[in-house]
Write a protein that binds this ligand. Structure first.
Ligand code: HEC
Ligand code: HEC
Ligand code: HEC
Ligand code: HEC
Ligand code: HEC
Length: 195
């Protein structure tokens, strides 16, 4: 834990790199990937006016994936290998939040909720944003293989700038899928998506 003092001294870009090294058993963290634009996530006082469903705690993609440039795959670990992209466990969060307590009262309050869930061994019940009906199937891995690891924004929009995730495209409209499949000459057989 040689880097701990450095980490506690303030979390700038270097501090985050140290944290990623500290708290990452995952090989994805070592992958070379283009980084997002430099984004300073704004302070937000009125969370009620944000788009998208309210989550049990205020986890901000614009801070983690935007400002601190964490790779999507660090948390959505199975997106290249399986249909389901994967949602990180509380343990993944605690790799950093055992030491990162928050720099102001609102972040300390939200990180406090995370630490409480961890201490009580309760999973966090995230509210799902994109959800297809049971009769339709969407394989993430096939799309990431064909479109590359940074294709997320094609369907999900610029998540790295979202304080709270919302739906940019109506994925529940079959036309959304079909129009791209037509464009890219991918199969439109009913049984490819419905089985
Ligand atoms: C530090 C971990 C972490 C990182 C990094 C991260 N995410 Fe997430 N992501 C989460 C968590 C936790 C949720 C569930 C809570 C929520 O919706 O905010 C989530 C939810 C989502 C959702 C909504 C899922 C649904 O319910 O439909 C999308 C889309 C998403 N992430 C895309 C991305 C993309 C794209 C990136 C990279 C630019 C990224 N995430 C980086 C942790 C992360
Ligand atoms: C690689 C390190 C790292 C990981 C992993 C991580 N975080 Fe963070 N998180 C940070 C840093 C750094 C901040 C900014 C703290 C500050 O300065 O207030 C932060 C801020 C937060 C905040 C406060 C946001 C606000 O309102 O200002 C919450 C809540 C949070 N993280 C939850 C989570 C959750 C939930 C996960 C897991 C899905 C997670 N974090 C994973 C580093 C991390
Ligand atoms: C071609 C469109 C498309 C692309 C590209 C795409 N997604 Fe998705 N994503 C979807 C759809 C559709 C769903 C809903 C799937 C379902 O309900 O079965 C979804 C759901 C999700 C979820 C919610 C999963 C859950 O268990 O709650 C996350 C997280 C997510 N995507 C992350 C990502 C990340 C990260 C990337 C890029 C590496 C990405 N997606 C690329 C269309 C896409
Ligand atoms: C932006 C473009 C794009 C969108 C939007 C899109 N897809 Fe695809 N999809 C692709 C590409 C490209 C492939 C081909 C992958 C390959 O060659 O393996 C593919 C392949 C697939 C496959 C595998 C096809 C096979 O032959 O086995 C399924 C299933 C699928 N998509 C379902 C969906 C569903 C469901 C949606 C909507 C929720 C969707 N796709 C939206 C581009 C897209
Ligand atoms: C590329 C993937 C894909 C292909 C190919 C596809 N569908 Fe769909 N279909 C979907 C998605 C995604 C939905 C929306 C599911 C939801 O409501 O979440 C859907 C919805 C539907 C619905 C429900 C309509 C509604 O309004 O709720 C029917 C019926 C349907 N599809 C029939 C078909 C038939 C018939 C074919 C072949 C001619 C076909 N689909 C081909 C992805 C596909």
């Amino acid at each position: 834990m040689r880097t701990l003092a450095f980490v506690l001294g303030g979390v700038g870009a270097g501090g985050l790199a140290a944290l990623l090294a500290l708290g990452s058993p995952m090989p994805q963290a070592q992958q070379a990937q283009p980084v997002a634009d430099s984004i300073a996530a704004p302070a937000i006082s009125d969370t009620g006016s944000l788009k998208g469903p309210r989550q049990p705690l205020f986890f901000r993609h614009d801070i983690h994936a935007g400002q601190f440039k964490m790779q999507c795959q660090y948390c959505h670990y199975s997106v290249e290998a399986s249909s389901e992209p994967g949602i990180p466990t509380t343990q993944t969060c605690m790799g950093c939040h055992l030491v990162v307590a928050g720099s102001d009262s609102s972040s300390r309050l939200e990180i406090g909720k995370l630490r409480q869930a961890w201490n009580e061994k309760k999973p966090i019940e995230w509210v799902r944003v994109h959800f297809l009906a049971r009769h339709a199937h969407f394989p993430h891995q096939r799309h990431i293989k064909a479109m590359g690891p940074n294709a997320c924004s094609t369907c999900h929009g610029d998540v790295a700038r979202m304080p709270q995730v919302f739906k940019v495209n109506n994925v529940n409209n079959m036309g959304f899928c079909i129009s791209c499949h037509v464009e890219r000459k991918v199969s439109r057989d009913c049984t490819v998506c419905h089985y």
